[in-house]
Design a protein around this ligand. Structure first.
Ligand SMILES: [Zn+2]
Ligand SMILES: [Zn+2]
Length: 245
């Protein structure tokens, strides 16, 4: 199978407002060159969302990133470069950190749960704490599941990144909502989610599976090694992964 696209990659613009802090290593152009080198047809740049305490795209850098991607699309016509965002799923209303006035800059939206996104209420803070200390197994499984489902219902999300990572979820309920809302689910080798068990539980459903590298440095662009192992162990036909061809 050939890797057609990698929609989940980060660059130095995931640094937040402090440009000296490096959450990810490569520039956009370095990610693009690595993607060309790997023979991809499409590369997506998907920085972390705006409402995180420690990292993520800043509003100022969103505009700069859009301009840079437009420039690079002209410079490298052999590949299509898209500007995405890996939004944070913030609470169980399904709210994600994509402000209405910023959505115009983006070609697509991914969304996932991360520790350290800014709590929207005392309740959401409590669930963060349960997720950080106990992977959500104490009292947050239902909350985490609802958060993902409602995010898919409220927003046009291309796929959910690393579903169930850092917070326990009911994968069958999430998968049902993914089918109903035409949202993909990611097999992320970096986080081992979806896991083999999860895929086995939902592969009978009409899920759009994606593999994302979650590269935080250019050499990891389209590094799907662990994700391939997960696919193989779960018995999922590789033809069912949307971005393989
Ligand atoms: Zn993530
Ligand atoms: Zn990521």
């Amino acid at each position: 199978m050939k890797i057609l696209a990698d929609y989940h990659t980060h660059t130095i613009f995931s640094c937040g407002n402090n440009e000296k802090r490096r959450h990810a290593k490569g520039t956009i152009e370095e990610n693009v060159l690595a993607a060309i080198d790997k023979g991809l047809e499409v590369i997506g740049i998907s920085e972390h969302g705006f409402n995180h305490n420690f990292y993520g795209l800043s509003r100022k850098n969103a505009k700069r990133e859009r301009e840079e991607i437009d420039r690079l699309n002209e410079k490298y016509p052999q590949i299509k470069i898209l500007m995405g965002m890996e939004c944070n799923i913030l609470d169980d209303t399904g709210k994600i950190d994509m402000p209405d006035d910023m959505v115009q800059y983006f070609d697509y939206i991914l969304a996932g749960y991360h520790y350290g996104s800014k709590p929207t209420s005392f309740r959401s803070l409590l669930h963060h704490i349960d997720n950080v200390l106990f992977s959500g197994k104490l009292f947050s499984k239902d909350y985490n599941t609802r958060a993902l489902i409602r995010a898919m219902e409220r927003y046009d999300i291309k796929y959910i990144t690393h579903p169930g990572d850092k917070g326990d979820i009911d994968i069958e309920r999430v998968a049902e909502a993914a089918v109903r809302t035409n949202t993909g689910l990611e097999i992320n080798g970096h986080h081992d989610k979806l896991s083999v068990d999860m895929i086995e539980a939902i592969s009978h459903m009409d899920i759009k599976f994606y593999i994302g590298s979650d590269a935080h440095k250019p050499e990891n662009i389209a590094n799907f090694k662990r994700a391939y192992e997960i696919v193989e162990e779960s018995g999922l036909a590789p033809t069912r992964v949307v971005n393989l061809g």
